[in-house]
Ligand binder design. Sequence first.
Ligand code: ADP
Length: 273
Amino acid sequence: MPAIKTEHLSYVYSPGTPFEKTAVDDVNVEIESGEFVGVIGHTGSGKSTLIQHFNGLLEPTAGKVYIDGEDLWADKSRLRDFRFKVGLVFQYPEYQLFEDTVYKDISFGPRNMGMSEEEIHKSVMDAAAFVGLKEKHMEKSPFELSGGQKRRVAIAGVIAMNPKVLILDEPTAGLDPKGRDRILGQIREYHQQVGNTVLLVSHSMEDIARYSKKVLVMNQSRLFMYADVAEVFEHADQIAAMGLSVPQITRIFHRLSAEGYPVRRNIYDMQRA
Ligand code: ADP
């Protein structure tokens, strides 16, 4: 059974006004449980709007969203359960830190779920370990930490709720390359150990190619493609037509070929064209 399934999902902002905008247009997709999915597409292509449907933050204008086979909006009294089941780390999540210690901040979600003190402690410490935070950080104020550390506290706060699906919207935005690799490596490790479903929204095709198995490509509010990484990059010319840089795609192509992916199309033809 898919972890996430959409049927003819559409979402319109400000309907019936001059600002009306269809941000998600008739998206049908099935994401299998345990998958590591990269979500790519231009700014404004509908990525954020789409993922906010997966934990019920947005209600579809039309169509359905199913989590583990259950219609997310069938019974509104159960929305809370879906919000715990599908954890969403927003862009720049550090702006949502508000407790006076790191420990309290990470434990906020588990406490709201009604876990016992013992369970809370275990969840918090496990989540902190996943993101590389140490015991000595736990009693600090989140505001004393570096940018990368704050980001990791915010991610730990979602991981501590043990979501079946973890969605991260540009988790490395604004970090230096070292901080970026560190966070993505930790997310990969978490996925491998816990085995849950992870969706990673990113601008970086290279990060997506390196970390995900499947790729979901949004283009102008529509689902352009949902396929294995290698297959998506075989259509790299079409993706380039969407405005992503050819040198970037070339590097990915070379790497995929070197790793033995069945990449058939010759990227140099694309550069000459
Ligand atoms: P992405 O995450 O791919 O950058 P978004 O889902 O944020 O794309 O946006 C998709 C489209 O919806 C864009 O045209 C954007 O301007 C529009 N949009 C996003 N949020 C709102 C909003 N709150 N009100 C009106 N339009 C919005």
